[in-house]
Design a protein around this ligand. Structure first.
Ligand SMILES: [Zn+2]
Length: 285
């Protein structure tokens, strides 16, 4: 599942390939986008800005149109040089934006819509920039308020709620709780204000660390990505708890636990010794 850092990197990459260059071709398999493009041709316009907001990718065109795509579980934006071989089958293609040098291809993008600045500002599903952990406009105090306003919810659930903090997915949810030494199933109200603030700061730090690693100016055409929270450069040791069910905790050696709620969309990993429930109660894995 793409998380905030993945989308942020993809946006940065798309921006480097598209911003300031006239669009030569726009194609989509979505009728609404095709119709928009027939009424207001995107070819000839330039891309002015590319922005990640939580799991949404926003592409701003000089004619005022803003293409918002949500990547959900499997959506991906790839950049290719002309003639470069696509890494995913053609039938997964939903959107193509080309300029003289590059092709940006949106594969399996399940949600895509055209907005104006006005309709975007009114939209309640697309997070505002100040909610996005990776945005320079991130508003820490407002985020703290939103979290504290959810006293009954578990910290695992609030971290995932994109209307509270935009950018955290399952991998980072488990990693943030581990780094903070907090059991993911504790209710927000059981935490001190400092603990909640510490969690937000950690979320920002971990997400930023992964996107800063490759912040050179190169345009990276398709490449797999490495995510890392442990600062260990060995790729097999890159995460503290996520995906490590039954494996020894990197800090204390206790087997890592996993809990699946409903479906694996909300899978959680934690160390029962480093992240105990304060009353010593056990959580079923
Ligand atoms: Zn441990």
């Amino acid at each position: 599942m793409p998380e905030g850092d993945t989308i942020f990197r993809a946006a940065r990459n798309l921006g480097r390939a598209l911003i300031g260059k006239p669009v030569t071709v726009f194609r989509s398999t979505y009728p609404l986008l095709t119709r928009f493009n027939e009424d207001t041709p995107l070819a000839g316009q330039t891309v002015e800005r590319v922005e990640a907001r939580g799991k949404w990718m926003l592409i701003y065109f000089s004619g005022g149109g803003i293409l918002a795509s949500h990547l959900l579980m499997n959506g991906r934006w790839h950049i290719y040089r002309h003639g470069e071989r696509w890494q995913l089958p053609r039938f997964h293609m939903r959107i193509v934006i080309e300029n003289a040098q590059y092709q940006a291809v949106g594969f399996r993008v399940p949600v895509a819509e055209m907005h104006t600045a006005r309709s975007l500002a009114r939209n309640t599903r697309i997070p505002h920039m100040e909610n996005d952990l990776l945005s320079a406009d991130f508003d820490f105090d407002a985020a703290l308020k939103r979290l504290l306003a959810r006293p009954q919810d578990t910290i695992a659930d609030t971290l995932l709620d994109q209307s509270v903090l935009a950018g955290v997915g399952n991998v980072f949810k488990s990693e943030i709780c581990f780094v903070c030494g907090l059991n993911p199933f504790r209710a927000v109200e059981a935490l001190t204000r400092e603990e909640v603030a510490g969690m937000i700061a950690t979320a920002r730090e971990l997400l930023r660390a992964t996107v800063l690693e490759d912040s050179g100016d190169l345009i990276v055409t398709y490449r797999g990505q490495q995510r890392r929270t442990t600062r260990n450069s060995d790729p097999t040791a890159s995460l503290w708890v996520y995906g490590r069910n039954g494996e020894p905790c990197r800090r204390c050696g206790e087997p890592i636990r996993r809990r699946i709620q409903g479906d694996d969309v909300r899978v959680t990993f934690w160390c029962p010794r480093c992240q105990p429930m304060p009353d010593g109660s056990e959580i079923d894995g």
